[in-house]
Design a protein. Structure first.
Lengths: 255, 553
């Protein structure tokens, strides 16, 4: 990728034993393969009107989408360690942002049999990097969807059937336009171990093995939220359970 | 669907280097009801098409292989007005490229679409981008019609009606005011925005306003701050480098441009500017690299400039001088090609012909063909003399510099002085003239110094020879007088000192010790303390020391 190679030209280069650039470029390649795979699945879906393969193809499409996102996350985390995250902050209407997210997750809804809703006042706006915040929200949505897959076989836990994305002014509007975005589901919620950690600094080293599947995404989310600063205030993320829906809730506080 | 109004009657251009992606996109757009869908596989073809057609929608992949990237296509299209303001430019990127690569940029696409994408999602995303673009429909329409005041009025209306779009609207308004040279109003607007939120583009706007009103230091402070937090905001580097050039800090300007190019190596204009600054700084490695890039990226570009070709031919000269046979041959080929292209493609530009002839002259000189070089420079000079004053002013430094580079320092000074009297000069030629005349003056002084030294050496030789003559005739007093005089000269050598000592000792052996002469001897021995065993006069010195000690005893 052009930007990556140019940054490496000026560095002294990785130590011979450091194979992470190799791994990164492999991930990048795999991701591109998935893009093509997705094109083929599209063809199948468009070609066949109604047959029994249709459902399978749609599920396949959802999974491929999900894997692509995970790979993006891995690349993103690698870059966040090697290059500083500098958000391109501007004013964005939250309704627009949520609309984009909803479009992006049309597939997630059908392949995981979920309802994704968003709620916000149409006049609401915030100051943030659109793409970065989208990425955090996507991560949270995919996490909820995955929770559904993992808990489906367990009759004692509530299956996720709904995801709600909403935005709220933090204080009275005239006190400053701080915004919090909540992404919540009606699943079993975060395990206690994760809630305890949520207010403290989330660093890559203190992630426990059982958290790894969501840890990388949350780690990146935390880095991104922190990079959002305004009037000396810094953004952060928070994990909650049972806010308005019964399950997990990720809060993104933006100054 | 009512949304089809966004596609109907619109010509669409797809830019992607992968045929598979292009046809898949075309299929989707056809389904959406686009009127006509054209395709380009690289930036060069895309710009060609953009120049000749009026597209309503452009879907461009960010990664376009070897040539330009999507951002460059966008910048050139907007910069050269190949794309109407009301036309929608959509950048298609791989998701992770998007968030990390895109930062604050002056030229932003109307929307991004992340790959991979399904038909459904593509349709919804594109429709959404078009719907959003439609919010600014009246403003963009007025801009396309050249109605600045109407556009500003529409901006004000939108800001008061839809506060959630106020910042993007302010951004358009700021640009309109700035381009209309209403700098004070633009400045105030950017101030207002920064009070709401110190977004990068508003700080950049403020710096631009400060720059045009001559407040360089304030502009520089803002830009340096911006670069620290928004490393990828390349336009900041451009303006900062520009200010440093205006202040004639060319070394600093070069460093800043090099940093900008690290961030965006594919920008033609930036590479071409770096090649010019590096050429001026005589940093030939950087000049060579950047001019090569500028030439190869510049094909079909609005930012293509003859300077890149000329800088390339100039930057290859050190290889002609210092390279091996192969290197020289390759360099010569590349120089010929660059100069031939620039003469052909800019055949009506006499300045180009002057500069090309100058470099041809230098090329011949560096190949050791001095006669031919002189002839070439005479041709350059004749073409130069036929230029109008305004054009001549732009070439006068190049002519003078080439004289300097071919070793004609006096000619350079005479030429520049003559041109100055004819009112043909620039800040650059003035600077060169003062450098050349200072150097010429210094070399004249050095010559004079050398002449004096030669004379003094001659005199010593004279005194020495006469002294030896008198010594042999036995006139010790006469001989010592001459030797003493010789050893007081600043050019006196070891052998002068040794001869003097010898004459004094012999004289005192004959006439007896005297205080004055023995002091003189001792002073000379002190001057000879550096003479070591390896020096040629050592034996004689040892002998004389012994004689002197015997004499004193």
């Amino acid at each position: 990728m052009a930007t990556q190679s140019s940054s490496h030209e000026t560095d002294t280069g990785p130590a011979p034993s450091d194979i992470s650039p190799l791994i990164v470029s492999s991930i990048h390649e795999i991701k591109n393969q998935f893009s093509i795979l997705l094109l083929h699945i599209e063809d199948i879906l468009n070609g066949s009107q109604q047959n029994e393969n249709n459902d399978t193809a749609a599920k396949l499409r959802g999974e491929v989408n999900f894997i692509s996102h995970r790979l993006s996350e891995m690349l993103g985390s690698y870059k966040s360690q090697n290059f500083s995250i500098t958000p391109n902050i501007d004013q964005h209407a939250l309704e627009e942002l949520f609309d984009d997210i909803a479009i992006h997750h049309t597939l997630t809804e059908t392949s995981y049999d979920l309802t994704i809703r968003y709620e916000c006042n149409e006049d609401m706006f915030g100051f943030f990097d659109e793409h970065m915040i989208q990425n955090i929200i996507n991560t949270a949505v995919y996490n909820s969807a995955q929770t559904k897959v993992q808990t489906q076989k367990n009759p004692h836990t509530a299956p996720v059937s709904e995801i709600l994305i909403s935005a709220h002014w933090d204080e009275e509007k005239q006190n400053g336009d701080s915004v919090t975005i909540f992404i919540e589901d009606d699943g079993p919620g975060y395990p206690d171990s994760m809630l305890q950690n949520s207010q403290t600094e989330s660093t890559s080293t203190d992630l426990k093995v059982e958290q790894m599947k969501t840890g990388l995404g949350l780690y990146l989310a935390h880095q991104i939220a922190q990079a959002h600063t305004r009037n000396g205030k810094q953004g952060h993320i928070e994990l909650l359970n049972g806010r308005t829906l019964s399950g997990a809730c990720l809060a993104i506080h933006l100054p | 669907m009512s949304e089809s109004r966004y596609y109907q009657n619109k010509k669409v251009l797809i830019i992607d280097d992968l045929a598979e992606m292009r046809s898949s996109l075309k299929g989707k757009l056809d389904l959406l009801g686009a009127k006509k869908v054209d395709q380009a596989s690289n930036g060069e073809n895309a710009l060609e098409l953009l120049r000749n057609h009026n597209y309503g929608i452009v879907c461009c992949d960010y990664e376009l292989g070897r040539g330009r990237d999507g951002q460059q296509v966008l910048e050139e299209a907007r910069h050269a007005n190949l794309l109407k303001e009301s036309a929608t430019f959509v950048m298609i990127t791989a998701a992770q490229t998007l968030e990390m690569v895109m930062g604050a940029l002056e030229y932003q696409p109307d929307g991004y679409i992340a790959k991979p994408i399904t038909y459904d999602e593509f349709q919804k995303r594109l429709t959404k981008v078009l719907r959003r673009k439609a919010i600014f429909e009246e403003i963009n329409g007025a801009i396309d019609d050249g109605m600045v005041d109407d556009a500003l009025e529409h901006c004000n209306q939108l800001i008061s009606e839809k506060p959630k779009f106020s910042l993007p609207t302010y951004r358009i308004k700021g640009k309109l005011l700035y381009n209309d040279e209403r700098y004070k109003e633009a400045y105030n607007l950017y101030k207002t925005v920064i009070d709401i939120n110190p977004v990068a583009w508003a700080k950049m706007g403020l710096a631009k306003c400060l720059h045009v009103s001559g407040k360089h230091d304030q502009a520089k402070t803002i830009l340096e701050e911006l670069i620290k937090t928004n490393k990828k905001y390349v336009e900041c580097y451009d303006l900062l480098a520009n200010i440093h050039c205006e202040e004639r800090n060319f070394d600093t300007a070069q460093k800043i441009l090099e940093r900008a190019i690290e961030q965006s190596p594919k920008a033609v204009l930036r590479q071409s500017q770096l090649s010019s600054v590096a050429t001026r700084n005589e940093d030939w490695n950087v000049a060579l690299k950047s001019s090569r890039k500028a030439v190869s990226l510049g094909k079909n570009s609005v930012h293509r400039s003859p300077d890149s070709y000329l800088n390339l031919a100039r930057a290859l000269q050190p290889q002609l001088l210092n390279g091996g046979y192969r290197e020289k041959t390759y360099a010569l080929n590349e120089i010929d090609r660059a100069l031939e292209t620039v003469r052909q493609d800019y055949s009506h530009d006499q300045q180009v012909h002057v500069k090309a002839s100058l470099i041809e002259g230098l090329t011949l000189q560096n190949q050791g063909k001095e006669e031919e070089a002189k002839k070439k420079l005479d041709i350059a000079r004749a073409t130069f003399d036929s230029l109008k004053i305004a054009s001549a002013k732009k070439c006068v430094k190049d002519v003078g510099k080439t004289y300097v580079d071919t070793g004609e320092h006096i000619l350079a000074e005479e030429f520049l002085t003559e041109m100055k009297e004819k009112n043909i000069y620039s800040q650059d030629s003035e600077e060169l003239l003062s450098q050349v005349s200072e150097a010429n003056h210094a070399s004249k002084e050095k010559q004079e110094e050398e002449r004096i030294i030669q004379e003094q050496r001659k005199e010593i030789d004279n005194l020495n020879n006469k002294g030896v003559e008198l010594f042999e005739q036995g006139d010790m007093q006469g001989a010592t007088k001459l030797f003493k005089k010789a050893s007081k000269s600043p050019q006196a050598s070891i052998s002068t000192y040794l001869n003097t000592i010898q004459a004094l000792i012999v004289f005192m052996q004959k006439e007896g010790l005297n205080e004055k002469d023995s002091k003189f001897c001792e002073a000379l021995f002190k001057k000879l303390t550096d003479v070591t065993e390896k020096s040629s006069g050592y034996k004689k010195l040892a002998k004389l020391k012994k004689m002197y000690q015997e004499l004193k005893a």
